[in-house]
Design a protein around this ligand. Structure first.
Ligand code: SAM
Length: 446
């Protein structure tokens, strides 16, 4: 049955649905959310709107199975609502876990920041490396400093030129000083702050929206932006401390197989944005900070990390993958995959990536079917679910209506389709068509 389509566009009269502001973090939402965030995460107000719509209040428990950098779990905790998250990317799982840890005191964070910054600056000064004033360094110039670097197998994982040698050196010195104090309460917050500084201040990366490498910076301050961010985190935990005891837990786990870790019948609502088949490689988005902070040490670890993800791009497909079996009987998914392969052959496209487009399509929807099937025992009867997904046309311009297909798969697994809301649209450069980003609203009847 076709679902009614409700255009929400986030309830701001006159706001265009392609307006990038729909995604931005509002100034009043900065606390915890801003500590570290994927640039395309959905905004906290979207979570609030759906929790209100689902009738979720304190006393209820919400799950985000693809929790990324934690917008849902953070927002729930802010509202006094219990939250569970799972995430397969170790860097993102770490970030979400820290973002819901508000039991550290303001003082502990600020003292840690001042002590570590002083120690790192002293060390850099002895080596003749200035954090933020290279001119000053030139004036008092001694022999060229010996810069720290990453072990070869780690460096090989980075996107080429993603960070220049001098900012990397400063980040590694700072990290050593942070990790020397690993027993302190503010230690995880300090590592997370370094992750954000690495990306936002120290690196040559840009996000537009895919991660790319811009012109290399010869140098960039690292210690000072980190110290300032730590002070901001300190002031945020002071604001959030009243909610520090509200349960919020994030597990490093695969949402296709780990839903059994959740207590049966414990989840009142799900709000999430799973990956969709858009060629986005989440392992590249977080590569620099994952490597520097030691979450990713060699090719083997990268491979096992990729294997824990829903297949949503051609770089993370393996021979043994078999999630496609979960949609073997779905005619629409099969027809879409066949059309993609037919078009590839007609167009004479033969690259390794193009040859697996049809396979990723099946594996993606199969992985989501597996997740939705696994999830059922954890849900309370009547639980409401919101899945934010987008259409795609990047596989030889074949339109993949992700929301529609996901809704159909969910219905086949016993979920009720409540409606599909339009969140925003974006123009597909290849087809000049508007691609829809939607929230598929489901209900688990029990
Ligand atoms: C669109 S992002 C979620 C962004 C999130 N809403 C936020 O606030 O940052 C999708 C996330 O799903 C994660 N993911 C992909 N496959 C997964 C799986 N099998 N299990 C758990 N997480 C997975 C990715 O690593 C990525 O972080």
């Amino acid at each position: 049955m076709a679902a009614p389509l409700i255009e929400m566009a986030h309830k701001k009269p006159g706001r265009r649905k392609s307006d990038p502001a729909l995604n931005r973090l509002a100034p009043e939402d900065q606390a915890a959310h801003a500590w570290y965030r994927f640039n395309l995460s959905f905004p906290p107000h979207l979570v609030r709107d759906y929790l209100a719509d689902f009738g979720i209040a304190p006393g209820k428990r919400v799950l985000d199975p693809f929790c990324g950098t934690g917008t849902t779990v953070v927002e729930c905790k802010k509202l006094g609502i219990e939250a569970e998250g799972t995430e397969a990317n170790p860097m993102a799982a770490f970030a979400s876990g820290v973002k819901v840890d508000w039991s550290v005191s303001h003082r502990a964070v600020v003292e840690f920041a001042e002590e570590v910054a002083a120690a790192a600056l002293q060390r850099l000064d002895r080596e003749g490396v200035a954090d933020s004033d290279p001119l000053h360094e030139m004036r008092g110039r001694r022999a060229a400093p010996i810069l720290l670097g990453l072990p070869h197998e780690c460096h090989a994982l980075l996107l080429e030129n993603s960070i220049s040698p001098r900012p990397l050196h400063k980040a590694l010195v700072l990290l050593e000083e942070i990790d020397r104090r690993s027993a302190r309460r503010a230690h995880p917050h300090a590592r997370l702050a370094l992750a954000r500084v690495l990306v936002n201040d120290a690196s040559n990366l840009h996000f537009g929206p895919e991660v790319g490498v811009g012109p290399p910076k010869a140098d960039a301050p690292v210690v000072e932006p980190w110290r300032l961010l730590m002070r901001e985190i300190g002031s945020h935990v002071a604001i959030l401390k009243d909610r520090a005891d509200v349960h919020a837990r994030v597990r490093l786990a695969d949402a296709r197989s780990a839903m059994k870790l959740l207590e049966p019948g414990s989840i009142d609502a799900v709000f999430t944005s799973p990956p969709y088949p858009n060629e986005k490689d989440y392992t590249r988005t977080t590569r620099l900070e994952s490597v520097v902070l030691g979450f990713l040490r060699d090719m083997k670890e990268l491979r096992s990390f990729k294997q824990g993800l829903v297949r949503s791009n051609t770089r993370t497909v393996y021979k043994a993958d078999d999630d496609d079996q979960f949609v073997a009987g779905n005619r629409k998914v099969q027809a879409l995959a066949e059309e993609t392969e037919r078009r590839r052959i007609e167009m004479g496209k033969t690259s390794g990536f193009e040859r697996v487009y049809h396979r990723v399509t099946r594996l993606y929807f199969g992985g989501m079917a597996r997740h939705l099937a696994e999830l059922r025992p954890a849900l309370k009867p009547g639980a409401m679910l919101g899945y934010v997904v987008g259409d795609q046309a990047s596989y030889l311009r074949v339109m993949i209506r992700t929301g529609e297909l996901l809704a159909e798969i969910a219905q086949g697994l016993g979920y009720d389709l409540v409606r599909i809301d339009l969140f925003r649209t974006r123009l597909a450069t290849a087809t000049r068509e508007q691609l829809r980003e939607e929230t598929v609203v489901l209900r688990w009847p029990g």
